[in-house]
Design a protein around this ligand. Structure first.
Ligand code: PAF
Length: 282
């Protein structure tokens, strides 16, 4: 595996690979890698000749400076994991390399970006669009891989790709969970042992809501999830929305869309965790 820190060097490597007719898969990450990331890399390796993983904590997508400051940075351990996972190029640039000047682009991301994370974290999705569009231009991958834990993010990236006319396949990959059901996340390491023990109840509650939903309305199911999660110590739901998987707009009855997805954000102490679940269509 080669570690690349400069954009020009990255472009040269990609040009060399392309000249030999090789396909390129990109897994964008912010580091602090866990088995969820490795599952994206495994998929990318299976689908492409060459795999590039970017490791970059993107400042423009953090609307909370404290969250940016405390975001885990574990480059050495990340590089070891990438090496073992069989990655060809680890692209680990500095902030100055990616943003030699302030990125003032404002993307017209529309309704998919206005609800849930978009409403709670103003500017977050614009920052995601900025970095992902830059990475797509730098790496020019055939395919890029994203985890479904950030379900809304994938919809936003698809919209950005459409707006920018980028020729790429966006591949969404299922959520990877710990044995007790907690969705894998770089933020999990910030949970105290007591919070970590309670956190699996997020997924357990979403899972139980599948059954509850068979005999209750969308509104009742939402309330059930919010009340149940809030009943656990340390946990406070920021939002729970049941949305149409393709538009991200809230649904009011189960027959209102082909695929309904419940998206939750929960504060477990200071740590903001997200998860989601797909409801079978009725
Ligand atoms: O999901 C993430 O880790 C980030 O939002 C991404 C896509 C790497 C962009 O910084």
């Amino acid at each position: 595996m080669e570690i690349i820190r400069k954009v020009d060097e990255l472009k040269n490597r990609i040009t060399e690979q392309r000249a030999q007719g090789r396909t390129v898969g990109l897994v964008p990450t912010m580091g602090a890698l866990h088995a969820g990331h490795i599952s994206l890399i495994d998929k990318a390796r299976a689908d492409n000749d060459i795999v590039v993983v970017s490791v970059f904590v993107n400042p423009t997508q953090f609307n909370n400076p404290e969250d940016l400051r405390t975001y885990p940075r574990t480059e050495e351990a990340d590089c070891e994991k990438l090496q073992v996972a069989g990655v060809d190029y680890a692209f680990i640039p500095t902030v100055e390399e990616i943003y030699p000047e302030t990125d003032t682009r404002v993307f017209n991301l529309g309704p998919v970006a206005e609800v849930m994370e978009g409403a709670m974290r103003p500017g977050h999705f614009n920052g995601v669009a900025q970095i992902v569009s830059k990475l797509f231009r730098m790496v020019t991958p055939d395919r890029a891989y994203f985890g479904e834990k950030d379900f809304q993010q994938i919809a936003v990236i698809r919209r950005m790709v459409e707006l920018e006319n980028i020729d790429i396949d966006i591949i969404d990959c299922p959520i990877k969970r710990e044995d007790d059901g907690l969705a894998m996340s770089s933020r999990n390491v910030r949970l105290s042992p007591e919070q970590r023990a309670i956190a699996p109840n997020i997924h357990a509650t979403l899972d139980a809501s599948l059954d509850y939903a068979t005999t209750h309305s969308v509104e009742e199911t939402k309330q059930y999830v919010i009340d149940t999660i809030n009943s656990f110590p340390f946990m406070e739901v920021e939002y729970y929305e049941i949305v149409d998987a393709s538009t991200m707009q809230p649904v009011s009855d189960w027959s209102g869309c082909t695929q309904a997805v419940g998206c939750v954000t929960v504060y477990c102490g200071e740590v903001r965790l997200i998860d989601n679940i797909k409801y079978p269509s009725k």
